[in-house]
Design a protein around this ligand. Structure first.
Ligand SMILES: *Cc1c(COP(=O)(O)O)cnc(C)c1O
Length: 488
């Protein structure tokens, strides 16, 4: 900890201001909605968050003797029961600390099931092309071979291809990993048939539960015929995320898989034929469970179902408003999306506008970008959640529609192809207030493109950076090595 930052803030006031300065650079949910598709950035209510600060919750060692943590046990047991009711399943493990770890745990449980039936050779995992990257990664980590299933022109799983591959691999089929509603933002209408095809060929169905916000109270993984799912408590069940954790990705299973739920060497958990522990603590990041507990307890069954309905309604409201200006990539047969939708931005490439330009320009309007280029490159995936009001949804739609107008100006030649509000976005205060301004558009257009932006302007901290550069090159932000050499 040689960096000056560890010694320069000597007064509490200085420390407070330093931390606040860092916080001020961050556009977060305290400013505006974050419509990250597949991430379910919903309200983390204050009442849900408070118990985390209680020492009786936050300062308990994971291996504290059971008779000293009976309250914790009650929270855990009730939460387990609620999650089983929500998923329709009969077993649950709170060990995994993330969705990806839930996938890994669920796949190990599936592997143990096959081994127990003397079918240890079953090691093929079918995964649709639209799957989240963690799905194939988890399958490989669990020792499986991945076979990709195609999507059809409507973005749905190509059932003929699924059948062909399930039959081709029927002697070695371990499972299908499927996200429902799909990462394309639609309720896969053949989902029940898809699960049946897998079962007929000796495999099990792993349902990726990241999109449970479109299911809770209306349908369930058990209802569609899946055998195991993970739940992202840090998406659907209100644990805050986006800053890198901690999260919780419990798995829920049916009777077939319950005996194999993960055990623990110190604290007894899991089934009678338990796989080894998948994390160090018996109930994962237990201290954040009260957030999901409080959410479910305060909402109640009707409240949760209503939240699902509003999440789907909000997404379809955005879809209706945007579809006059943008192409919505996939919809179900009733022309509806689920709780999120994909906005196709690939047509704008003809005018030289990339999806990234739209993402950056949204910052000038005070919005965090939606999910960019997942699961389809060149698109935005928007998920509003039930937490946002119509006013906020309208501001967000107004921003995107105004950006569409800005794209039209480039398309029509009214704005320069390179030197325009989109390509130069985001505009920092330093750039806009500088004495030298030589852009072909006004400062007002750069910084206050719509009147609501004036009301609470969020100034981006930096202009455009080359995103991919940092991914491909090691960039060290520590002090130069030479400095340390001199000191010694
Ligand atoms: C978020 C997500 C995951 C992974 O969950 P983590 O908690 O980030 O590991 C898996 N699948 C889908 C579809 C997701 O959106």
């Amino acid at each position: 900890m040689q960096h000056p930052v560890f010694s320069s803030n000597q007064a509490e006031h200085e420390m407070l201001r330093y931390i606040k300065k860092l916080e001020n650079k961050d556009l977060s949910m305290v400013h505006s909605m974050i419509s990250l598709g597949s991430c379910t950035m919903k309200l983390n209510a204050t009442a849900e968050m408070i118990p985390v600060t209680w020492p009786t919750i936050g300062k308990i060692h994971p291996f504290t003797p059971a008779n000293q943590v009976e309250g914790y046990k009650e929270i855990i047991t009730n939460l387990e029961n609620w999650l089983m009711e929500i998923t329709g399943f009969t077993g649950v493990s709170l060990q995994p600390n993330s969705g990806a770890q839930g996938e890994y745990a669920g796949l190990l449980v599936i592997r143990a099931y096959h081994e127990n039936r003397n079918e240890a050779h079953r090691n093929i995992s079918l995964i649709p092309a639209s799957a989240h990257g963690t799905n194939p990664a988890s399958a490989v980590m669990a020792g499986m071979n991945v076979v990709i299933v195609k999507s059809d022109a409507d973005g749905k799983i190509d059932v003929a291809d699924l059948k062909a591959k399930a039959e081709q691999h029927k002697n070695n089929l371990s499972c299908l990993m499927v996200t429902y509603p799909s990462t394309h933002g639609v309720f896969e209408e053949s989902i029940v048939e898809i699960c049946e095809v897998i079962h007929k060929n000796g495999g099990l169905v792993y349902m990726d539960g990241a999109n449970m916000n479109a299911q809770v109270g209306l349908t369930s993984p058990a209802n569609i015929g899946a055998d195991v799912c993970h739940l992202n408590l840090h998406k659907t069940f209100c644990i805050p995320h986006g800053g890198g954790g901690p999260g919780m990705g419990p798995i829920c299973v049916n009777d077939k898989l319950r005996p194999f739920l993960p055990g623990h060497p110190i604290v007894k958990t899991g089934g009678e034929k338990a796989i080894p522990a998948v994390s160090a603590a018996p109930w994962g990041s237990a201290s954040i469970l009260p957030i999901s507990y409080a959410y479910i307890a305060m909402m109640g069954g009707d409240g949760l179902t209503n939240a699902t309905r509003i999440a789907i309604l909000n997404a379809n409201y955005i879809k209706e408003r945007l579809s006059e200006h943008f192409k919505i990539l996939y919809t179900g047969s009733n022309n509806r999306c689920a709780h999120e939708m994909i906005v196709d931005c690939r047509d704008f490439k003809k005018a030289g506008i990339e999806v990234e330009d739209i993402a950056k320009r949204l910052m000038d309007y005070g919005f965090h970008a939606p999910t960019v280029s997942f699961p389809v490159a060149g698109t935005l995936m928007i998920e509003p959640t039930e937490s946002e009001t119509k006013d906020e949804l309208d501001r967000f739609c107004d921003a995107l529609i105004e950006i569409r107008n800005e794209i039209r100006e480039v398309e029509s030649g009214k704005a320069d192809k390179e030197n325009n509000v989109l390509k130069n976005a985001p505009h920092t205060a330093t750039v806009v207030i500088s004495d030298s301004w030589d852009r072909p558009y006004s400062r007002e257009k750069a910084a206050f493109p719509l009147s609501f932006v004036r009301d609470a302007k969020f100034w981006p901290a930096v202009s455009r950076v080359d995103n991919a550069y940092g991914d491909r090159n090691l960039v060290c932000s520590c002090l130069p090595v030479e400095l340390f050499a001199e000191q010694n």
